[in-house]
Structures are given as C-alpha cells and as structure tokens.
Design a protein around this ligand. Structure first.
Ligand SMILES: [Cu+2]
Length: 176
C-alpha cells in the first residue's frame, strides 16, 4: 500500500517526501515476556509504537546485555499505555524491558534507508539549452532569382508578371 503511494507520487513527479509509517510492537502479549515482533524492520522516518499488553514492562533502548544507552526509555508502564519513537537514522537499535531483560525480554528495531528514493532528475541544469535568439538566423537568400522554394512553373509566372510590368512601365514612360 505504501509502495503504491510512493510510486504514485513518483509518477506524478511530486517532491518525494516518503510517507512515514507507524509500526506497532506489542509488549508482553498475553503476559509472555516478549516483544512482538521481537525484530521490527522499518525505514528511516518511520515510527515504532509500543503497546502494553499484560503486566508491568518497559521499552528501554540498549544492548542485549541489559545496559541502557538512553536513546529512549518508557519507564515501567502497564496497559493501557503506548510509547512511540520516531527513528531518523539508519541502524539496528536494541532494546529491552527493564524488569525482564534477564529473562531474555529483548527486541530490536532495524532501521533501513528507504529503498526507493528517486533522486530528483528534474534538477538537471537547464542552461544547456541554447536560447535560439543568440543563434544567427540561417541566412535567407537575398537574391530573388535563387529562391529555391519556387517551382519552375511559379518562376515562369513570375517572369511573365515581371515582363508585363516592364511592358506596362515602358508604355507609360514612353507616352509621357
Ligand atoms: Cu517486562
């Protein structure tokens, strides 16, 4: 669905701002000491929303050795609680539950660079197109006899007309 939207935007040539998505991770569904899913892959700019299930838990960023790294920490919460983090850089971010990390209650968020970021090709320098005004116009033949577009019959007609005009002028100049 998201990809269709992105494609649609790309086709339209609209400025590509990837539509951020929100992924839900359930904390201890049914009271199990797990994050579900334990590994969630998202794109940069997406948001993960943790939703508390059964029991008291936290989502606390840090290594699987249960050491917090202070990227985020919901603190201990119970249902109904949600806690959201928007990821603005790529990487793999581990986290755990403060209470149950020793029981293996850990998870990770894998943040990828968006796969299809069409680089805007419209920014190609438009200065490469030479403005036609600067170009010297193709010289038009100034001699009337060599106009190549006239067919021989047209030339004959023109000759006749010229001859007529000459005769006409000759007649009038001699009459005066
Ligand atoms: Cu817990």
């Amino acid at each position: 669905m998201k990809h269709f939207a992105v494609l649609f935007l790309a086709v339209l040539g609209a400025p590509v701002c990837l539509m951020a998505a929100t992924f839900t991770v359930t904390i201890a569904p049914g009271g199990q000491l797990v994050f579900s899913p334990s590994s969630q892959t998202i794109n940069v700019g997406d948001t993960v929303m943790w939703q508390w299930g059964v029991g008291t838990h936290s989502t606390t960023s840090g290594s699987t050795l249960c050491l917090a790294d202070d990227r985020w920490n919901s603190g201990l919460q119970v249902n109904p609680t949600t806690f959201s983090v928007t990821f603005t850089s790529a990487g793999t971010f581990s986290y755990f539950c403060m209470l149950h990390c020793p029981f293996g209650m850990t998870g990770e968020i894998v943040v990828q660079e968006p796969i299809s970021t069409p680089t805007p090709t419209a920014t190609a320098p438009p200065t490469t197109t030479v403005t036609p005004a600067i170009l010297p116009a193709t010289p038009t033949p100034s001699r009337p006899g060599v106009v190549p577009t006239l067919s021989p019959s047209m030339l004959a007609l023109l000759g006749l007309a010229l001859a007529g005009a000459a005769l006409f002028l000759l007649k009038h100049t001699s009459a005066s």
